[in-house]
Design a protein around this ligand. Structure first.
Ligand SMILES: Cc1ncc(COP(=O)(O)O)c(C=O)c1O
Ligand SMILES: N[C@@H](CCCC[NH3+])C(=O)O
Length: 425
């Protein structure tokens, strides 16, 4: 069920009208639905019920403290990629013992911070990183729990910029080198090998590549077991996509179906080959938790007809939502109050000084200056990837809960943007 719907001809988030939000908070503003967020998390949690499983929300998708707090209260763990993200988890009251630390370039300070909070494990991506973690753990008198992120060389069949599991990608340890890398990890005194991880890419609509990766990972666990190395947790990464509403776009696999297939394979393998030994299963979903829970509310500034193209110039821009500029991503744009009128084909663009500053191309819209538009499915990789380019403050963020609206991030004002700068005296 969508938590964004037209009621009496006006687009609402739950039971709150978007024009009321624009009046109160201005535009551009990210608008999230609390009910949608909880429903998405529940689709993971329900499929994991009764199992030794952990859902580590990949907070890079949307790291607003209000979102982290709501998910932590539902029992979520977190997949982090920086010390800053760990500090956000702590600020939101999340449990560091449910934190998995991913990423190819963890610094000494970040490793120290993570060890001081006893995180669940480090997903390690190279041998030099193993040595660095071993050294820091030794200096702190600790043992660091590690998993290796293996790169199963599976084609995720997604946009090349967001595929991560191929040999040519910077991520993970090559599958063929995994055994040696595990041996290296096991030989280091301040590391404890606990798990295995893989993440092959994002916005996957079909789970076949994920299951193919799982089969390869299971094969590797068997090889490791034959060497006396027991794996206690298996991390499937994230990657399940959402429907962005483009014509002809395939439906994403339902989360529950995917998880059930993962568990079925793991159960069959454990019974047949792994002597029924326990294994915790972790998932790192990002987009499928928050993607369809948010939209970007923007107002039309000008209509600019042209000989080759017509432009609908809005007050949101690539700095607010860079997915279209960065990946040529297709995002749905809906009028907040649809009205009869001439339909014209527009490129919906922002005020930033770049030709790449567009949010949508070739869209048929009946629209006037001053109208509100909603860029849909903007809850993931929206505000977290935004910037201050052109000294534009980041958008406000609000969370709707029924007919209540909570401001969860104030709009940045220009003075905030240069507050850290100083002129040379
Ligand atoms: C290591 C890791 N885990 C999880 C995710 C979350 O992916 P998604 O938002 O596609 O679920 C990402 C981003 O692609 C990632 O790099
Ligand atoms: N940022 C990407 C997804 C990549 C996820 C990072 N591993 C997007 O907006 O689609």
């Amino acid at each position: 069920m969508s938590h964004f719907s037209y009621q009496d001809g006006v687009l609402h988030a739950e039971s709150t009208s978007l024009p009321a939000i624009a009046d109160q908070f201005g535009t551009p503003t990210y608008v999230y639905s609390k009910a949608a967020l909880l429903a998405n998390f529940a689709s993971y949690a329900d499929a994991c019920a009764g199992r030794d499983a952990l859902i580590c929300y990949a907070m890079k998708a949307n790291s607003n403290l209000a979102i982290l707090d709501l998910l932590a209260r539902e029992g979520a763990g977190f997949d982090i990629v920086s010390g800053g993200e760990l500090l956000r988890v702590l600020a939101a009251g999340g449990d560091p013992r449910k934190v998995i630390f991913s990423g190819v370039g963890k610094t000494v300070d970040e490793i120290r911070l993570a060890l001081s909070h006893d995180i669940l494990c480090f997903n390690v991506e190279s041998i030099p990183e193993l040595h660095r973690i071993n050294q820091v753990a030794g200096e702190m008198g600790k043992t660091a729990p590690v998993s290796l992120r293996v790169n199963p060389n599976v084609d995720a069949k997604t946009h090349p910029y967001i595929a991560t599991g191929l040999k040519a990608n910077k991520f993970g340890v090559a599958f063929d080198d995994a055994l040696d890398t595990y041996r290296a990890a096991a030989s280091l005194p301040h590391l404890q090998v606990v798990g295995i991880d893989c993440h092959i890419g994002s916005q996957l609509l079909d789970d076949a590549p994920l299951l193919e990766a799982l089969d390869k990972v299971i094969e590797l666990i068997d090889t490791l077991a034959a060497e006396g190395l027991t794996i206690h947790h298996l991390d499937m990464g994230g990657g399940i996509g959402i429907n962005y509403g483009e014509a002809g776009e395939a439906e994403p696999v339902p989360v529950g179906d995917y998880l059930r297939r993962v568990f079925a394979r793991i159960d069959a393998w454990r019974a047949e080959k792994y002597d029924g030994k326990p294994i915790k299963v972790a998932f790192e979903p990002g987009r499928s938790i928050v993607g369809d829970t948010g939209l970007l509310l923007t107002r039309v500034e000008f209509l600019k007809p042209g000989t080759e193209k017509n432009f609908c110039i809005v007050d949101a821009a690539m700095n607010d939502l860079m997915r279209p500029a960065l990946y040529q991503a297709w995002m749905a744009v809906q009028p907040v109050v649809p009205h009869a009128g001439e339909t014209v084909t527009y490129d919906v663009v922002g005020p930033v000084c770049e030709s790449g500053d567009w949010l949508a191309r070739e869209r048929a819209l009946a629209v006037n200056a001053g109208d509100l538009l909603a860029v849909m499915q903007a809850g993931a990789y929206g505000l977290t990837m935004s910037s201050n380019y052109n000294t534009r403050g980041r958008a406000a963020e609000v969370m709707v809960d029924g007919d209540k609206v909570h401001l969860i991030r104030k709009r940045e004002n220009p003075a905030d943007l240069f507050a850290l700068e100083s002129v040379i005296k």
